[in-house]
Design a protein around this ligand. Sequence first.
Ligand code: ADP
Ligand code: MG
Length: 430
Amino acid sequence: MNSNEIDIHRELKKYFGFSQFKGLQEQVIKSILNKENTFVIMPTGGGKSLCYQLPALVQEGTAIVVSPLIALMKNQVDAIRSLSSENGVAHVLNSSLTKTEIAQVKTDITSGLTKLLYVAPESLTKEEYVAFLQNVPISFVAIDEAHCISEWGHDFRPEYRNLKHIIKQLGNVPIIGLTATATPKVQEDILKNLDTVDATTYKASFNRPNLYYEVRTKTKNIEADIIRFIKLHKGKSGIIYCLSRKKVEAIAEVLQVNGISAVPYHAGLDAKTRAKHQDMFLMEDVDVVVATIAFGMGIDKPDVRFVIHHDIPKSLESYYQETGRAGRDGGEGHCLAYYSYKDVEKLEKFLSGKPVAEQEIGFALLQEVVAYAETSMSRRKFLLHYFGEEFDTETGEGGDMDDNVRNPKVKVEAKDQVVKLLEVVRDTKH
Ligand code: ADP
Ligand code: MG
């Protein structure tokens, strides 16, 4: 079967109950059904899973899906099973399975029942599994969170580096890479490492027109400033990111003392407390969660109205991901970052304890954050440019949604900044 013979709209309705594709899904699915190597870049929540799930369900053979987190895989397998009458339609293959369970997985794959097989990258390296998979029809291999392959990404996993080698052993199967990381550098790395530079690339826009971006100079009055900000947004949900656990605790306490309902969240709290605080935020028992970056993975609260960075993040990708948790419902989302050069120095000092390669990457990423904080050009334009996207503040959606556009600084300085930005961009490209 090729893409011309399958009515993918009908299959969309049949399996997922949706009557329309979202964004570039239709094009991506056609590309996969045409057996092309395909590269998908869509923001979080863009609907990447369906891009490989639908073609897997309607094709002969089993699709292998590589995913870095066991919890994520389990969720997806449960979701697919609920769409089908057969449990065997989707399986996870990992080290936690018993011998009997593994035998069942193999039987279901061999009989053609299993359409999606989720594997962790380290399981895929097991010779026993590779030998088995070499002898069954594979429709394609999808690599979710493909940025894990790049040291320039925010979540580098060395195991991802072996994938190309293993996939080659499976014969000539199409490779699908998917990521929400939009920087050209990471994209290049992914394609190179998967040996799929010929892949057809589908990239969605990363613009979030409803988010307002603002940077304030960090002074010793920051706590009073944050309290004032929150009181102006009374009763609304918000997240405050801090670099250290200690700061998280301190800020949460200051807020509480000032009559703001807030809870701390960081990896130093025990799992029960973390889960409790997260639920309190989701259920709106509290307005504010003060957190380290440990908070947010998979958090899908649609009406987060502000995201405050008490300390600057270590890269613009982290920043974009963290601010991206605001205004998921399309409503208001205020992204406020506090910036001081002292914080930059702190991060630099922290980096200097790392291995050299990591240091270099870390410094380069940090310089981009500094450039963003200090720029007087449109913040949205700056961010999108960083993600390889041109944005026109006159015509683009959300063009006036930042402090620099609303309150322009002196022109001469702005021109300097554009020159500086172009230099930065040139440097990162080569
Ligand atoms: P990503 O992996 O890109 O972050 P997901 O695959 O988790 O995004 O999808 C995000 C949400 O979008 C899910 O709740 C999913 O059910 C929904 N979704 C995906 N495709 C469609 C569609 N065509 N119509 C409506 N909702 C969709
Ligand atoms: Mg996803």
